[in-house]
Design a protein around this ligand. Structure first.
Ligand code: OAD
Length: 242
């Protein structure tokens, strides 16, 4: 396993770090990942429950898997890994968090520069009058309907949909500019997010992966640990060096 001290020294020296996060960073907040044992895609076929075609045919399916989170939005809290990234931003060492997560926990943790590549469950849009509701305040029903009578759709990217272009452009810019990329809790298989660590390395950055199971073979540093354990350790070392 790589040394926390060594990556901390690089973060302090380079002053140009970004984090790319996935579902694993929120595991300790009680949110199941997708591809681990017991993960969401083990229970629900993503094509039948989370694709745009499935939503058009029967929106109740996506609401079945997402409605509970949205209605309990305030109960889910950031863990020490999200908070460690916020601290790194406050110290002026983290340029951006790029996340594939739709749980809103980076923003709840106080991170300001967050790129939500797959959107967010916090916002729920009316497909008719385009009014936006904010979780957890959403009308009853599976699927819920807007006051105007149209169906509501969470502002998340479903399979078969394009990523928000501005978010994607910003993510590529940040990946190519950074000197250190922290790759945290992602299986790094879903494109285009999965290409970002390659973009970072091709532009000369060091990639440091935090994951109990190695997912990115090209990582320069690898911490075989839970995010909620490793991130506070790294940031504690950073603070000692400042
Ligand atoms: P995955 O479920 O594919 O991968 C989760 C990763 O987190 C795995 O590599 C785990 O080993 C790791 N992990 C588990 N617990 C951890 C912990 N406590 N600390 C750190 N790492 C841990 O989730 P993502 O990579 O985020 O997209 O999945 C990417 C995208 O696929 C999602 O955004 C979603 C999904 O389909 C859409 O829905 C569009």
């Amino acid at each position: 396993m790589s040394s926390y001290r060594e990556i901390a020294e690089l973060i302090v020296k380079e002053k140009a770090c970004v984090a790319l996060t996935g579902a694993g960073i929120s595991a300790e907040s009680g949110i199941a990942t997708f591809r681990d044992k017991g993960g969401l895609w083990e229970k629900y076929d993503p094509v039948r429950y989370a694709s745009i075609d499935a939503f058009r045919t029967d929106p109740s399916k996506y609401w079945l898997i997402r409605g509970e989170f949205i209605r309990n939005y305030d109960r889910y809290q950031p863990n020490s890994a999200h908070l460690a990234l916020t601290k790194l931003e406050d110290l002026g060492l983290l340029n951006h968090v790029i996340t594939q997560n739709i749980d809103g926990l980076h923003r709840k943790a106080g991170s300001r520069k967050v790129i939500e590549l797959h959107g967010s469950l916090r916002e729920i849009n009316c497909l008719g009058c385009h009014r936006t509701y904010l979780a957890p305040k959403v009308p009853d029903g599976t699927p819920p309907h807007c006051e105007c009578g149209a169906i509501l759709k969470p502002n998340t990217v479903l399979f078969g949909e394009q990523l928000p272009p501005v978010a994607l452009e910003n993510a590529y810019r940040e990946a190519s500019r950074c000197r250190v990329m922290l790759l945290i809790g992602t299986s790094a298989v879903v494109q285009p997010a999965a290409s970002l660590p390659h973009v970072a390395r091709q532009n000369g950055a060091v990639v440091a992966e935090v994951n109990p199971e190695k997912a990115f073979p090209d990582a320069d540093f690898f911490f075989a640990a839970k995010a909620a354990t490793a991130l506070p350790e790294i940031v504690a070392q950073v603070e000692q060096l400042m």
